[in-house]
Design a protein around this ligand. Structure first.
Ligand code: HEM
Length: 181
């Protein structure tokens, strides 16, 4: 009797939640609605993650879990704490670089896709590019200040702008990652 009642209860529960589950599953996923986006391999293999880990990922900057643009890395925020509680200085993991990619692409996927498909023409409201320029360099107000300059001579700008414009240069990104903030 009791088992039968329990089974009936479970079925009733499932029926009660089925519509909500169906609705949540049927919510249109974000990814389907955008144009082309640069992929994870281009972000990691061309040192874009490395550049952002060094130049944006400081613990008082984007190395914080609360930042929409959250960056993990060897010298900043770590995805996993060490069991002994000590600071983990081991190299940035693949998993952390995947999280960095997701954070960067997930920030403004429409604007990123528009910039990527227009080969860097359409960037007017693209925060990922405009914030690090600061108001000083024709960007928007940024608590981190003008980290980049929109010039040929700034490897950091060449790296980030190149990646979002489908014209990434791994050497520029590596050079930019060697400039300490
Ligand atoms: C090239 C490197 C960097 C890029 C691409 C970048 C980009 C951005 C973006 C897109 C935002 C808005 C999303 C968010 O709030 O997370 C932002 C905000 C912020 N950034 Fe950065 N940033 C960089 C470097 C830095 C550095 C070095 C610092 C610290 C010195 C910093 C501090 C902040 C803070 C405090 C905010 C939140 C307040 C605000 O909106 O201005 N950023 N940054």
């Amino acid at each position: 009797m009791r088992t039968r009642a329990r089974r009936l209860f479970v079925v009733a529960l499932a029926l009660a939640f089925a519509p909500a589950a169906a609705a949540s599953c049927s919510l249109r996923t974000e990814s389907g609605e955008f144009g082309d986006l640069p992929d994870r391999a281009s972000f990691v293999d061309n040192n874009v993650s490395l550049f952002m880990e060094v130049r944006c990922g400081g613990l008082d900057c984007h190395g914080q879990v609360g930042r929409p643009l959250r960056i993990y890395g060897q010298t900043g925020l770590r995805l996993k704490a060490r069991d002994d509680g000590l600071r983990d200085n081991s190299p940035t993991t693949d998993e952390e670089r995947t999280e960095n990619y997701r954070s960067v692409v997930g920030l403004e996927p429409e604007a990123l896709s528009e910039c990527f498909e227009s080969k860097g023409e359409k960037i007017a409201t693209f925060q990922l590019l405009k914030k690090p320029l600061g108001i000083e360099n024709d960007g928007i107000r940024h608590k981190g200040g003008p980290v980049l300059r929109p010039t040929q001579s700034d490897p950091g700008w060449q790296c980030l702008y190149g990646w979002v414009s489908d014209n990434v240069d791994a050497a520029e990104c590596e050079r930019a990652s060697k400039i300490t903030p």
